[in-house]
Design a protein around this ligand. Structure first.
Ligand SMILES: [Zn+2]
Length: 49
């Protein structure tokens, strides 16, 4: 699980694998495209594989 910042919630929210839409590897790390429980779509950037 992970806890990205959601602007709709105005705070970090705890999300799980089922919230992940896609994962993309970039030179600077990994971009995780997720959908929050509130319906917000966002990108969570992480450097860990
Ligand atoms: Zn949210």
């Amino acid at each position: 699980m992970f806890a990205p910042f959601c602007p709709v919630h105005g705070s970090r929210v705890l999300l799980f694998a089922e919230n992940i839409r896609s994962v993309r590897n970039t030179p600077g790390g990994i971009d995780v495209y997720y959908r929050c429980n509130c319906g917000y779509f966002g990108v969570w950037h992480t450097g860990r594989p």
